[in-house]
Write a new protein. Structure first.
Lengths: 225, 225
């Protein structure tokens, strides 16, 4: 093995490690979603607090990814696809960090609710979270495989999440109209649903970055604002 | 003038141009906030639609900043402070783009409201937007001046925005309890207020990036999730 091969090999390893760090971060967000489903379904303040306690790990991972990416740019001076790889990692880590923040917001709302929610509140929310989780897993796979078509499919899935969200909001409005005592829990669920809907938006942004890193161009259509 | 000086001069110009692009983008967000205040206060669907129409300009600026930053990394292979400058520009542009999206969300809500809101809804909202505008202007100044202390002051200002937001939410809850007919407009204002409160969060994130670009370290305290 020549020295040059060795350097190239180390460089490849570093780029792969960056992908690995992103996927680890994504998986931590996925686990947070599992945790929040449990906390919400049981109305468990204790479990919701665990979600909040785990958030700093994800923040730290973002910083680690940023530091690693910056070091990689400085040492390797990547070009073309390699540079896009590194830039995309910076952007995707920011989206994952923001997603984790939304899950924390849901956890805080769960603490405010403080009781086990009625099935007509919790069932649609859990369904919404499951849809987002499936999008997240698919987008992480698309990222690892550098699969543009798979990324585009994830991007399209967000329409379903938006529709479920809108349906649920309409339902909540009727509960509030029926009885003013429903207003406070419904407001919490409105914001919980909104936070989850935003997760879907961030996943579509990640899908867009996958397209960018593969092709160096951006999709012209815009999925959301 | 030697060739080397000339190259250094061109490189400095490029870094300055990046700062200039970020500030231009920030100013466009500021103008959008002026527009949304007008649209909201008058309940003007037409003016709200103008806010939505102007959003692609801001999206485009983000892409231009990203492209410029990536080109700068590829051509100049910046190190240390210069590299942090470029990385921060990538991160700050993402925050500004997201801020613009929140303003668009408010514009969409304004369209849904469709009428001139009552003073007890609009007065606190306008006050909230003005606070955020003042934070935005201060953070852009801090960015141009590379003034860490000024950035930290902006970061602290967000507490006031959060407090005003919480007060307004409590008010809205009482209106909803009083009369179910208030529920629909109040929900719109809840989300409008939430969007504006999020603007403040993004500005604190920008303040954090200013600190990072100056010192290469992160503030350890966390302003929000």
């Amino acid at each position: 093995m020549t020295t040059s091969d060795h350097i190239v090999k180390a460089y490849d390893d570093e780029l792969n490690h960056l992908t690995f760090m992103i996927v680890s971060m994504g998986k931590k967000v996925d686990v947070q979603l599992d945790r929040i489903i449990e906390a919400l379904s049981e109305g468990s303040v204790e479990k919701a607090k665990k979600v909040i306690d785990h958030d700093p790990e994800i923040d730290l991972l973002e910083k680690e990814i940023d530091t690693y990416a910056v070091r990689l740019i400085a040492l390797r001076q990547p070009l073309a696809t390699d540079l896009r790889n590194v830039i995309s990692a910076l952007k995707i880590s920011a989206h994952l960090e923001r997603m984790a923040d939304y899950v924390v917001n849901v956890a805080k709302r769960t603490c405010s609710l403080g009781t086990k929610p009625l099935p007509h509140y919790i069932t649609p929310i859990v369904r919404l979270i499951r849809s987002v989780q499936s999008m997240l897993r698919d987008v992480l796979d698309a990222y690892v495989q550098r699969d543009d078509q798979a990324a585009h499919r994830v991007w399209e899935q967000d329409t379903e999440v938006d529709e479920s969200y809108n349906g649920f909001v309409r339902e909540l409005l009727t509960y509030m109209m029926e009885d003013p005592r429903n207003i406070t829990p419904c407001i919490h669920f409105l914001f919980i649903a909104k936070n989850i809907e935003r997760l879907g938006d961030h996943i579509t942004n990640i899908a867009e970055h996958i397209h960018y890193l593969i092709h160096g161009t951006l999709w012209t259509e815009s999925r959301h604002t």
